[in-house]
Structure formats: structure tokens, C-alpha cells
Design a protein around this ligand. Structure first.
Ligand code: SAM
Length: 239
């Protein structure tokens, strides 16, 4: 089916967001986030550019908002350990099913799993050196996204950075993801929501222009090939 990608499909709901979603399918989805992220989210680049330089200056605190299965946090923990660097990493998610699954599948990484919204951490006066999210912005309407941006900027301390990363809505992203997950649908992604939800995610995602119009001043939008978006805020460059 050919979808119109000229506007965000705000009425399309991801299956994983259904409170009555099949739990086995949902858990398989959390598990399969790992290969998807390894393939499309460039976590290594994020680590080298935003995490490692800060951790080299001393112990840091990292917050992942909407951590899902927690695989990005565990990957960061492993890289920091390998490089002999020290950090406290919190994997935050508003869905307790995700938090339960992620905590149960931790491999002694030291990552802390927490079920809460970013605004609760802000109200508690918490501060982090790096606040990030991956594949969360498309879940949010512009007003909710602005709330997340306000909260995440308030959660970073001096020299801190906020990096929200996601897919950019485009025909290319839809075609590439559809082809790849179509090939792997009956093997790697069988019994999960990865294919269906991923395609809905792309339809719900923002474009560079849409994100720039939602973000308040001080935030920078970057586009990366083949179809990635990044929204950044640094305390050193913020107004
Ligand atoms: C598509 S998953 C991405 C998970 C993970 N970040 C990844 O890249 O694999 C989106 C996650 O964000 C969570 N989420 C959505 N809105 C949120 C919010 N406002 N605060 C915290 N978590 C949120 C959902 O519960 C879900 O687990």
C-alpha cells in the first residue's frame, strides 16, 4: 500500500503503544530493537562524538529518555567500560512493560532502569551531563515534544548536551525500511512489531523543516543520510 508521506500520520498508532498489545510480540519487539539500532541509529558515532569526550573529563551522568529495551544504554555502558571510563547511566521509560523487560535482560551492565517521565526527574532537581533519546520524537505531538525539549534542557548541567535522534520521514526511509524488513519478516523479525511499527514510525516522523518549526531557539536540527534527524541543545551554545 502506498502511503501519503507529505504530512505526519498523526492518527496512525504503533502496535507497541497499545496497553493490550500481545506481550510475547511486544517483548520480542524490545529484543529486536538491538539489531535495528545497530543498523540504523549509529550508536557508535554518538558515543565517540558526545559521550566519550565528556567522560574523559571525569565521571558523567547519562539519561536515555524512552529507552525501550535499553540496548543503547547497555552498548554505551560496554563502550565506557572498555575505554576505562566512568558513568552512571539511567534508562528511563514511561511504559513499565519496557522497563520490566529491560531490567530483566540486563547483563550486569550497571545501567539503572526507571519507569517515569522526564518531568518527574526535573521536578526532583536531577542533573545529567548527557540527555538523549532515540526513536521517541515521532511518538509525540508538537506540544508534547516541546515539553520534552523543555524538560531535557532543564535536566542538563554545565557543559551538558541534549541529543534527540530519530528517523526523518521520507520516501527513501520508507522504501529502504520496507524492503529490508520485508526480507527479514519471516526470520529475524518474526513474532514482533518491528516491521509494522517501524513503517508507522516513519509515517509519524518529522521532517527537518517540521522539527525546526517545533523546536524553540537554541536547538539545532541536523539531517543525516540516509534519513536521520538529530535535535541538539548544548548549554555552552544555548541563548
Ligand atoms: C520506538 S521505542 C524506542 C526505544 C529505544 N529508545 C530504541 O531506540 O530502541 C519508543 C519508546 O519511548 C517510550 N516513550 C514514549 N514517549 C515517552 C515519554 N514521553 N517519556 C518516556 N518514554 C516515552 C515508549 O514507551 C517506548 O518504549
Amino acid at each position: 500500500m502506498r502511503h501519503d508521506l507529505s504530512a505526519r500520520a498523526v492518527d496512525a498508532r504503533e502496535l507497541m503503544d497499545d496497553p493490550d498489545a500481545d506481550i510475547a510480540m511486544l517483548e520480542r519487539t524490545y529484543e529486536r530493537f538491538r539489531p535495528v539500532n545497530a543498523l540504523v541509529s549509529s550508536p557508535g558515532l554518538f558515543y565517540r562524538r558526545d559521550i566519550r569526550p565528556r567522560a574523559r573529563r571525569g565521571h558523567i551522568r547519562i539519561l536515555d529518555v524512552g529507552a525501550g529495551g535499553g540496548d543503547v544504554c547497555r552498548m554505551l555502558a560496554a563502550r565506557l567500560r572498555r575505554d576505562g571510563l566512568s558513568a552512571e547511566i539511567t534508562a528511563l521509560d514511561a511504559d513499565e512493560r519496557a522497563v520490566r523487560w529491560a531490567a530483566r535482560h540486563d547483563d550486569g551492565s550497571g545501567v539503572r532502569y526507571r519507569c517515569a517521565f522526564a518531568e518527574e526527574l526535573l521536578a526532583a532537581g536531577e542533573k545529567y551531563d548527557v540527555v538523549f533519546s532515540n526513536h521517541v520524537m515521532h511518538h509525540l505531538e508538537p506540544q508534547e515534544l516541546q515539553g520534552l525539549l523543555r524538560d531535557s534542557a532543564g535536566l542538563v548541567g554545565e557543559s551538558g548536551v541534549v541529543v534527540h535522534r530519530d528517523i526523518a520521514r521520507s520516501r527513501t526511509a520508507y522504501a529502504l525500511y520496507g524492503t529490508l524488513t520485508g526480507i527479514l519478516a519471516s526470520t529475524v523479525f518474526r513474532g514482533s512489531f518491528i516491521r509494522e511499527d517501524g513503517l508507522i514510525s516513519i509515517r509519524r516522523s518529522y521532517t527537518t523543516g517540521e522539527l525546526a518549526s517545533v523546536a524553540p531557539s537554541g536547538w539545532t536540527v541536523r539531517f543525516g543520510l540516509p534519513s536521520r534527524l538529530e535535535l541538539r541543545w548544548e548549554t555552552t551554545t544555548a541563548p
